[in-house]
Design a protein around this ligand. Structure first.
Ligand SMILES: [Zn+2]
Length: 84
């Protein structure tokens, strides 16, 4: 929460320099890098995933790992149900 607030306040380049090389924020869809775009008509910031080029939310990389593990376990549970 505090970290997200800091990103909003800081200028993007400053934030990029300040962020550690390992870990950090990733796109919620692919867990990849993202670009920050600015829609000047609407005065609106949004993020675009570099992997799928879609607009995305950004999440902590560990959150992405967690989500991926959860969906993997769900898939696994589905498969096991089918096998029975
Ligand atoms: Zn993506």
């Amino acid at each position: 929460m505090v970290k997200n607030l800091k990103i909003k306040v800081m200028n993007y380049d400053d934030w990029k320099l300040a962020s550690p090389p390992e870990g950090g924020l990733v796109s919620s869809c692919c867990g990849e890098d993202y670009n920050e775009e600015y829609e000047s008509d609407l005065e609106f910031d949004y993020f675009v995933c570099v992997s799928c080029q879609d607009e995305c939310d950004i999440i902590e990389d560990y959150e992405y790992e967690q989500n991926r593990r959860e969906s993997y376990l769900e898939d696994l549970a589905d498969e096991q149900r089918l096998e029975r």
